[in-house]
Design a protein around this ligand. Sequence first.
Ligand SMILES: [Zn+2]
Ligand SMILES: [Zn+2]
Length: 244
Amino acid sequence: MQLRFVGCGDALGSGGRYNTCFHVTGEGVNFLIDCGASWLPALKRQGVVRDAIDLILITHFHGDHFAGLPFLLLDAQFSRRTRPLVIAGPEGIETRLTQVMEALFQNSSRTKQRFELSVVALKPGQTRTFGAVNVTPYPVVHGESGGPFLGYRLEAEGRVIAYSADTEWTETLIPLGRDADLFIAEAYYYDKIVKNHLSLKTLEAHLDEIRAKRLVLTHMSDDMLGRLDTLAYTAASDGMVVEL
Ligand SMILES: [Zn+2]
Ligand SMILES: [Zn+2]
């Protein structure tokens, strides 16, 4: 199994990075974690085959994490996709999806697709199975609008991938990431404490409790990107692939 950081940027295009989108592939799995607005050019630039993706997990309803969906569905329509597709995310996802589709491509939410599209709302603490992927959502803390906010702990092919999503520090990150083979954590700032986002120093203070086998930092601001050469941790970059 492998995870590709198709995009690991923030909402502001810091460092010229694409919005958040990770692509996980293995013998029996092919799914996306988040689908930010710049998803489609990022995937095409990296030569990723879109037709084989059968699940998309959305963490929250900010444009840099879910506004790629209208482009994805338009692309699926024009590429004459037939493979069924599941889009799963926080409660309200069905309404949010319709709204963003109508805002970007009027009437697109009414287009009859050739493939079966299922939109599934996930609840914190309730594990759901999609094909060979077990998905456990955890509540995270990321402000007032654009939620509910979910981080994910995913099990597939004997491996655990955990993703904090966008969040300030919250104790749920400990069970979310504990002993994970790969823990992808937001590190928006180096040591500045702000609401709704995580700093590396705060995360660092809890790494002993999380005990992830591998940590990769993502969703970094210019503050963090300017320090990449000095960090003791692996930082994501667009196109980077992690073997699991
Ligand atoms: Zn974000
Ligand atoms: Zn966000």
